[in-house]
Design a protein around this ligand. Structure first.
Ligand code: SAM
Length: 285
């Protein structure tokens, strides 16, 4: 391995970049949808890359998967039917299945190879979730699925890659309108919306596109090292109660249904994640 290839460097158009020291390249292939690589990084353990962008790492995946899942799930309070769009590594699915109230978890992933690859090389991320009897895997385009399904869901979590390649269709107003249509009357959607410095427009764009589609729209923030660029953001929309209207006691009561130990999420972190700094709040117009 030559010197310069010892680093994976992500670059963003806004003139921002970040890198990870790589000890070895473990696996790689061109799937029908994207380039997929597994590398051993010095600081974060095994790292899954799609089209050169970090998707998940052994060391810090828990942060993203806990926060993308438990904020909408706890806000809802008693989710029974959950839809995940994307999420091929299985981390969101693992977290969704921690609730005894969940009867059905549908995961719509366009690329079967990401699931196969993650099961084989990153089994700690899905941790058996793919084999849970409540799991229903659908290999399809998420935009197509939400446009045509007759199912209804209490929570929808959009864990897509960035708006490039196959994920481009998951960043449109039609996609969000179809999600609003398949959510129940008190349904909630979370949607990863990029890092606030390296992908500054993503949240503002998504927030604008969902205007008029939900009773409440907002965002929450958290931070993890391998999604470089400051606070990471997620859009949070509700057809029912305002997620920002739940106080710490109420959140703590609802979070008691979450089984097992979380290492980032807790009701206090949840409550704090919705208190947006001014520079992010100012983008939500
Ligand atoms: N946490 C990562 C992030 O925030 O960028 C995303 C992880 S997950 C691996 C992203 C998944 O979205 C990939 O497995 C990819 O194949 C899937 N995906 C991309 N476009 C899709 C589409 N149109 N329908 C369903 N899944 C899609």
């Amino acid at each position: 391995m030559t010197e310069q290839s010892r680093w994976v460097v992500e670059r963003w158009e806004c003139g921002f970049s970040g890198g990870y020291e790589i000890l070895s390249e473990l696996q790689g292939e061109e799937t029908p949808f994207q380039n997929m690589q597994l590398v051993q990084s010095k600081m974060f353990g095994k790292m899954l890359l799609l089209d050169g962008k970090v998707q998940a790492t052994e060391k810090d995946e828990f942060i993203y998967h806990e926060m993308m899942t438990h904020v909408p799930m706890v806000c809802h309070g008693s989710p029974r039917r959950v839809l995940i769009i994307g999420g091929g590594d299985g981390g969101i699915l693992r977290e969704v299945l921690r609730y005894s109230s969940v009867e059905l978890a549908v995961m719509v992933e366009i690329d079967q190879r990401v699931i196969d690859f993650s099961r084989k090389y990153l089994p700690t991320i899905s941790d058996g979730a793919f084999d849970d009897p409540r799991t229903r895997l659908v290999i399809a385009d998420g935009a197509q699925y939400v446009a045509t399904t007759q199912e209804r869901f209490d929570v929808v979590i959009v864990d897509s890659s960035d708006p490039i390649g196959p994920a481009t269709v998951l960043f449109t107003s039609e996609f969000y309108r179809n999600i609003a249509n398949i959510l129940t009357a008190d349904g909630i959607m979370s949607r990863q919306s990029g890092s606030s410095w390296s992908q500054p427009e993503e949240l503002a764009e998504a927030y604008k596109l969902v205007s008029g589609m939900f009773a409440h729209r907002g965002a929450y923030v958290f931070t993890l090292p391998t999604y470089i660029g400051g606070l990471f953001t997620s859009l949070l929309c509700s057809k029912g109660a305002d997620p920002a209207g739940l106080d710490l006691d109420e959140l703590s009561g609802r979070a008691s249904h979450l089984q097992g130990i979380t290492r980032y999420y807790n009701p206090g972190v949840h409550f704090g994640s919705l208190q947006l700094p001014g520079y992010i709040k100012d983008r939500l117009v």
